[in-house]
Structure formats: structure tokens, C-alpha cells
Write a protein that binds this ligand. Structure first.
Ligand SMILES: [Zn+2]
Length: 446
């Protein structure tokens, strides 16, 4: 069978609507001053004024457009720049885009050779720098890891590097959007970072297929965290509540952390959205060959059965464990090439074949959690092109993952339901507030 690796993710990202031709206004609802749980104090509000748990201030704000005011007469005047990290970027390519001189680039690389952060450049994150028109680099800042800051400063013509943990404040953002052609296009228009769009796909991954099911006119409301350092946004955090209306049907998810530390996304009724198995071991993928049970073909002398699912994806695409489990095999196995087999609860095993390489620490007995990256797509063994061959085995026999009913993660127990409802009611209320603002935003669109 011919397998054409599609750069599916890039295709999706490429569907982003052209930023500069689309409407530039988006609704931003500022709630950062409101506590998530608890009652808003009626400070500054006339006595006897009844307010609910929330007050919402809606403002229209322009999306930030990088503006540079350059005094062309002074080459040494510093100005600040922001550069978004692209797929495949190294720090050298980023410095080059910022027109940093060759001399400073070499000195920077030398000073940063022990840096952890420079090995963890994440596409979509931002690098902040001060440079001059002459190509001198004065300062470069990058937030990485959980709460860490990389800082390179030029002091007395020498670069000094520091990497340290920092304190971040959490702010709450609320946004709404309408899908026109793709989810990423819609989140872009609403000023929502890619990272949040990816989380939306993850949260609903067992209910909505964002390749095939999304429609023009789908709407969403999302409440999420942003992390700030000294008043400046450094990165986005997790989604706290989301409603996605797909083909007219609303899907809601609320983040909840129980007293024992377990956390996840639930419906407002306390049903878990997490299935014990992910729908797919790849984030973005296309099934290039489905599951068939046909038999050995006597004329073609070929096995025509295909007891797994093939996902076309470029070499190096991360492969995720579809469920919590333990590694029972990680090595080479003839036509499977580089193969990982995981054992899950009860009667289930999953297998991931043709990998180009394994993730760190993949060996017999290693425990993995659902969604952990265990290896990378490749074409080892008998493969005509890079793809992932994925098998789901029940009592050792391969089954079609699309056809068998897979167990779901446990719901909130009866005993804890009252606590759950009480602790999540403010998030549910926020989704309901956004219901009205969606219509305002829609009017603004026309
Ligand atoms: Zn296959």
C-alpha cells in the first residue's frame, strides 16, 4: 500500500486565516481581578445594589501589532523586539531574524552553551530582546519550563547568562469564538493562543474529531489561565472551563482537582471526559489504512489482513501512550521494526510500530501515563513510508479500536458529587455569562 506522509499538523496550522486581512477586533473580557472561587466584594458599589457572584467588564481591544519607532539617525538607540519561535528554530536562526550581528551571535552562543532553556525552544512561545539598529544585542529574555526565566544581558561588552525560577501570577481570561474554516483560524481571530486551541482538541479528543466533525458556525467559549511575571504575560496555563458547540450540540468541560490531588476534565454533571484510551496515539493524523480481517490471498501470496490502524505522519511526530500502563516490550521486532508494547488495566494491550526512536526511559516495566510521549514516528521494519502502525489487543487478540466499546475513566462518585458541584459552580456560571457575550461578539463581526 502506498503511504503518503501528510504534514497534517502543518496543514492545519496553515489554515490560520491571514491575520492582516481579517477583522482586527476581538472581544476581551477582563476578569483578572476577580477571584475564581468565592464572592466578589462589593467594594465601590452603592449599598443595596444587588450583584451576582460576578461582574463582567467587556472591552474591545485591538490585537497587538508589533510597532517599532526607530530613530534612524541613531544606530545605537536600543529598541525592544519580540520574536515568536517557529517550528525548527534554533537560537541562531532567531537571532538572525532579529538582525543580530555575527559577532554578537557568536558571543551569545558561547555564553549560552550550558543553557537548559536554549535546548527547550518551544514553537509558539516568545523570545523578548533589546537590540540596536547596528545589530547589537543588549538583552534577551525567554520564559521556559514550568516557571523559569532565561536571561542574557550584555554588561561591559560581555554577555552574562542567568537561568532561574521565578514567581508567576495567575490571571483568568475568558474568550469566545466562532469557527469559519478551522479551529486554529477561529482561535487566532479571537486572540487565543495556539496552546489553548491544542488543549481544546485534547479535552474533547474522545468526543469530537476536529478533523472531520467541525463545521462552519461552531462556537466556543473558553476560560483559561495566563501566567504573568512583573505584570507581563509570560505564557498560557490550563483551560479551566470550555463549551464547544459542534453542529448545534453543546459539549462542556470543567477542570476539577479533587482533594486527593486527582484532576481532570468533567461535564457539569461529574462525568469524566477522559476515556481510558485516547482516540488516537497521534495529536494530528490521518488514518491511511484501517483495520481489516481478510485472509491470506493465495494468488497474490500476500497477507491482506491488516489488524491494526496506520496513521500517516512525518518522521519524528511524537507518539503518545493511549492509556495508563506499563511497558512490556521496547525493541526491534522483525516487520514491526522499532516497537513498543504497553500493558493496560485488565485485558488490554497496545502496540506502536515502525518507530524511528523511543522516548527516554522506555524499557520493560516502565510505567507510563495516558498522553505521555513514548516514541516518534518512523519507517523501521516493513514500512513503505513513515507512519505509525497502532494495534489494540484484547486478551492478546487485535481488535479495531474504532469498533469496540472502550471503558471511560470513573465519574465523580456519588459521595463527592455535592462537593464537586459546589466547587465548580462558579466555572459553570462563567460559561453561562459568556453565552450572552457570544451574541454581542457576533454582532460586532458583521
Ligand atoms: Zn499497519
Amino acid at each position: 500500500m502506498l503511504l503518503i506522509p501528510l504534514r497534517e499538523k502543518n496543514k492545519i496550522l496553515a489554515q490560520k486565516s491571514p491575520i492582516f486581512t481579517k477583522k482586527r477586533l476581538s472581544w476581551l473580557i477582563v476578569l483578572s481581578s476577580l477571584p475564581l472561587f468565592g464572592i466578589v466584594t462589593a467594594f465601590g458599589i452603592a449599598p443595596n445594589t444587588t450583584i451576582g457572584d460576578f461582574s463582567v467588564e467587556s472591552i474591545v481591544r485591538e490585537l497587538p501589532i508589533p510597532t517599532l519607532t526607530i530613530n534612524t539617525t541613531n544606530e545605537n538607540l536600543p529598541f525592544s523586539r519580540q520574536e515568536s519561535i517557529q517550528r525548527g528554530d534554533t537560537i541562531a536562526t532567531i537571532l538572525s531574524r532579529m538582525d543580530v550581528s555575527r559577532e554578537d551571535t557568536i558571543a551569545f552562543l558561547q555564553a549560552a552553551r550550558e543553557s537548559q532553556a536554549m535546548r527547550r525552544l518551544r514553537p509558539g512561545q516568545t523570545v523578548y530582546a533589546n537590540t540596536t539598529l547596528a545589530g547589537e544585542l543588549l538583552m534577551l529574555r525567554y520564559f521556559f519550563g514550568r516557571e523559569e526565566l532565561f536571561l542574557m544581558e550584555k554588561i561591559d561588552d560581555t554577555f552574562h547568562m542567568t537561568e532561574q525560577a521565578i514567581e508567576l501570577d495567575v490571571h483568568i481570561q475568558m474568550r469566545t469564538g466562532v469557527v469559519n474554516s478551522s479551529l486554529f483560524g477561529a482561535t487566532d481571530n479571537a486572540g487565543i493562543p495556539n496552546n489553548i486551541a491544542t488543549q481544546i482538541i485534547d479535552i474533547f479528543s474522545s468526543d469530537i474529531d476536529f478533523h472531520r466533525d467541525i463545521r462552519k458556525g461552531d462556537r466556543f467559549k473558553v476560560v483559561y489561565e495566563t501566567l504573568h511575571n512583573n505584570g507581563e504575560q509570560t505564557k498560557t496555563g490550563k483551560i479551566l472551563a470550555i463549551e464547544y458547540v459542534n453542529k448545534g450540540k453543546p459539549h462542556q468541560a470543567i477542570f476539577y482537582q479533587a482533594a486527593n490531588g486527582d484532576s481532570g476534565y468533567y461535564t457539569p454533571d461529574g462525568e469524566s471526559l477522559r476515556k481510558e484510551f485516547l482516540r488516537s496515539p497521534l495529536e494530528f493524523s490521518r488514518i491511511s489504512s484501517g483495520f481489516t480481517n481478510s485472509r491470506f490471498h493465495p494468488v497474490l501470496k500476500k497477507w491482506r489482513a491488516h489488524r491494526g490502524v496506520d496513521y500517516a505522519a512525518p518522521t519524528g511526530t511524537p507518539v503518545k501512550a493511549t492509556a495508563n500502563g506499563t511497558v512490556t516490550f521496547a525493541g526491534n521486532q522483525r516487520s514491526y521494526g522499532k516497537l513498543i508494547v504497553l500493558k493496560h488495566n485488565g485485558k488490554y494491550d497496545t502496540a506502536y510500530a515502525h518507530l524511528s526512536r523511543f522516548a527516554k526511559g522506555m524499557r520493560n516495566g516502565q510505567r507510563v501515563s495516558q498522553g505521555d510521549v513514548i516514541g516518534y514516528v518512523g519507517a523501521t521494519g516493513m514500512a513503505t513510508g513513515p507512519h505509525l502502525h497502532y494495534e489494540l489487543r484484547v486478551n492478546g487478540v487485535q481488535h479495531d479500536p474504532a469498533k469496540i466499546a472502550l471503558p471511560t475513566a470513573p465519574a465523580i462518585t456519588e459521595n463527592n458529587l455535592a462537593i464537586f458541584k459546589n466547587e465548580t459552580k462558579s466555572l459553570v456560571a462563567r460559561l453561562n455569562i459568556l453565552r450572552n457575550t457570544t451574541q454581542i461578539a457576533l454582532r460586532d463581526e458583521n
